[in-house]
Design a protein around this ligand. Structure first.
Ligand code: HEC
Length: 256
């Protein structure tokens, strides 16, 4: 019995180990694949604002539309801009070699990005760009220092400034709060909005939540299905146990 408990503990311990983020606090978000409206808004943002540079080569347009409750023709009309058909993968036309020259690194495919980085990391990353004149695009990022990606959502979020030293940053909690002096928002790290964008901080957080929710769906499109099957299997096992136990008793009755 003791060995059994030790084995259980050894199995469970790795489950609590979490990925390192280099000491930067990550804001957390709970992806919800049942929230179809959020997924639909997320897909719209993804197609409009990210697919200029990033592909989602392992996701098909129509599969996504079906899974998130968008009529396929409506999706094709509004979210497919080139010659692509709705049954095709969400590829882009930007040649990787050119992209590597322009940005230093080609923008990676994002289909499985939430599997690689986790939702929290991406949620924080997209909200953590700040002005840095030393960088080619004039911006840097708290969770991805010296990133090659421009801040493509600046129009929505506004311009952020970073007001901490690197050391202070590493020990910062990332809760959003209002700066009492300026009335502006202080975000992850020591980021302060210095020029307002078209969205308020809450609206922008929601836009990013929806976007990352959609990316999370792409990373695991069968999550809802596998959960439903999981419940059914557990119910089956519970019922099967009754019969298996009765059978065991029947077999052993003559032995004892
Ligand atoms: C103008 C081109 C461009 C656009 C538009 C763009 N990105 Fe990027 N993105 C890049 C480049 C280039 C990199 C690689 C940066 C590096 O490795 O330094 C990158 C990197 C990333 C990464 C980190 C990848 C990793 O794990 O290393 C994520 C996540 C990401 N982008 C998400 C997005 C999302 C979401 C959008 C839409 C809101 C978007 N990007 C729009 C160019 C772009």
């Amino acid at each position: 019995m003791k060995k059994f408990f030790i084995a259980i503990i050894m199995v469970l311990v790795p489950m609590v180990a979490s990925a390192s983020t280099g000491g930067v606090h990550l804001d957390s978000m709970d992806a919800d694949h049942t929230n179809q409206e959020s997924l639909q808004r997320g897909m719209k943002t993804f197609v409009n604002r990210c697919m200029g540079c990033h592909s989602a080569n392992y996701q098909r347009f129509d599969r996504a539309a079906n899974d998130i409750g968008l009529p396929v023709d409506l999706m094709a009309e509004n979210l497919i801009f080139g010659e692509q058909k709705s049954g095709e993968q969400m590829t882009i036309a930007m040649p990787q070699d050119d992209a590597a020259k322009w940005f230093g690194t080609p923008p990676p495919d994002l289909t499985l990005e939430t599997r690689l980085r986790g939702e929290d990391w991406i949620y924080t990353y997209l909200r953590s760009f700040y002005t840095d004149s030393a960088r080619p695009w004039g911006v840097n990022n708290v969770v991805f220092p010296d990133v090659g990606m421009p801040n493509v959502l600046e129009g929505l979020q506004g311009v952020q400034k970073q007001t901490c030293s690197a050391e202070e940053l590493a020990h910062q909690g990332g809760e959003s709060k209002i700066d009492p002096l300026t009335g502006l928002q202080i975000g992850t790290g020591c980021l302060t909005i210095s020029e307002k964008g078209s969205q308020s901080v809450e609206e922008f957080d929601k836009t990013i939540y929806d976007l990352v929710n959609f990316m999370s769906y792409m990373g695991n499109p069968v999550k809802m299905e596998s959960q439903a099957i999981g419940y059914k299997v557990l119910i089956f096992l519970a019922i099967f146990f009754v019969f298996a136990y009765a059978l065991k008793k029947e077999y052993w009755r003559d032995v004892h």
